[in-house]
Design a protein. Structure first.
Length: 359
């Protein structure tokens, strides 16, 4: 029995090593600046990430296109390196933080995102990213560095073409709005006057400070104007008007539950909340105004906390679409110029490649 178990163990280990060797097998090679193999394992990792996102298995032809995409990306990256384009760590970190901010819907740093992930998933940021993308933090940043370098390279080679791109016309903007009017909806929104006293050295003194400000508002609601005017670093407190939509995202951004947010909406105008102690501050709010759900017009602002109107938002969106289309065309042209036999080689082709991609 023990002997059979040992044989099974050895066989299992042998199979694992065999699969590992297969994954290390080069299936293409980019050699524009240096020899850089593309292995089956690297392709599998990319395909696994895509299949997870699509929720289905990619066909063999789709997998071949993924391989082509990796070859193109490596060619462009080596071309950028050949041009001497170097991206500093500070720029990579800035892009990385922006990427994380897009995931949560509000500005966040790597350290803040790591704490959020650890709280919600009990994983480190490195573990979380490996599960989600197959790459850890360091690998993701290096990949991002390559992507930024490619953007700079394309900009240098095709920048003149980008400057000729015409912006959207007024007719295009209005047409886009008419076709998607139902998407421009402002949910139920409440305007709050928020007062925050940061915690520094003496929590008791800071709590007394915010309680005094709260009593001042309760005695005379009109004191809000002077309180806001005097807020700042010298006063030891911050006061501003903020808008909160009745959404899960808004609750998350405020650091409260959805149920707590709904309770805020139930309060009357001029309601003054109790002082709440947060991890790094004391705060309270006053309900100033309630805005009902509304389909926005072209002249309405998208977010009451900002100044961008629907018209400006659509203009920016259509401009981005045109720039993106031009960028894709530029990348395609540059890639076609780089895809010559001296720059890369497919080590597996036709039926042999199809067989290798059938897993």
């Amino acid at each position: 029995m023990k002997r059979n178990f040992f044989l099974l163990f050895v066989l299992s280990l042998f199979c694992s090593l065999l699969y590992a060797q297969v994954d290390l097998q080069p299936i293409a090679e980019v050699k524009l600046l240096k020899r850089e193999p593309i292995t089956l394992g690297q392709l599998k990792l990319q395909i696994a990430t895509l299949e997870k996102g699509y929720g289905r298995k990619l066909s063999i032809e789709e997998r071949k296109k993924v391989l082509d995409g990796i070859v193109n990306e490596r060619l462009l990256r080596q071309a950028a390196e050949k041009e001497g384009i170097k991206i500093p760590d500070s720029q990579v970190n800035e892009y990385f933080n922006n990427m994380l901010s897009q995931q949560v819907g509000y500005p966040i740093t790597e350290a803040e995102f790591a704490r959020l992930i650890e709280t919600e998933t009990k994983q480190t940021l490195n573990e979380f990213m490996k599960v989600q993308t197959g790459m850890g933090v360091a690998e993701s940043k290096e990949f991002l560095r390559g992507q930024i370098a490619v953007q700079v390279y394309v900009g240098q080679k095709k920048g003149a073409d980008f400057s000729k791109i015409a912006g959207p016309t007024d007719a295009e903007i209005r047409s886009q709005y008419d076709m998607n009017k139902q998407s421009f909806v402002r949910p139920d929104t409440v305007k709050l006057f928020l007062v925050v006293v940061p915690k520094q050295k003496n929590s008791q003194a800071e709590k007394e400070k915010i309680e005094a400000i709260k009593k001042r508002v309760e005695r005379n609601i009109k004191a809000i104007d002077d309180i806001k005017k005097d807020s700042g670093e010298k006063s030891g407190y911050l006061a501003e008007f903020v808008y909160a939509a009745k959404t899960q995202l808004a609750a998350q951004q405020m650091g409260i539950t959805m149920e707590a947010l709904v309770e805020i909406f139930k309060q009357k105008i001029n309601f003054v909340s109790d002082v709440t102690e947060m991890s790094n501050n004391f705060q309270f709010f006053v309900v100033m105004e309630k805005l009902d759900v509304k389909i926005l017009s072209l002249s309405d602002v998208i977010d009451p906390n900002q100044t961008t109107t629907v018209y400006e938002y659509i203009r920016q969106m259509l401009t981005t679409e045109k720039q993106s289309a031009a960028l894709q065309q530029a990348i395609q042209q540059l890639t076609e110029d780089l895809r010559i036999p001296s720059n890369f080689k497919m080590l597996k082709e036709d039926s042999a490649l199809s067989k290798l991609l059938d897993w």
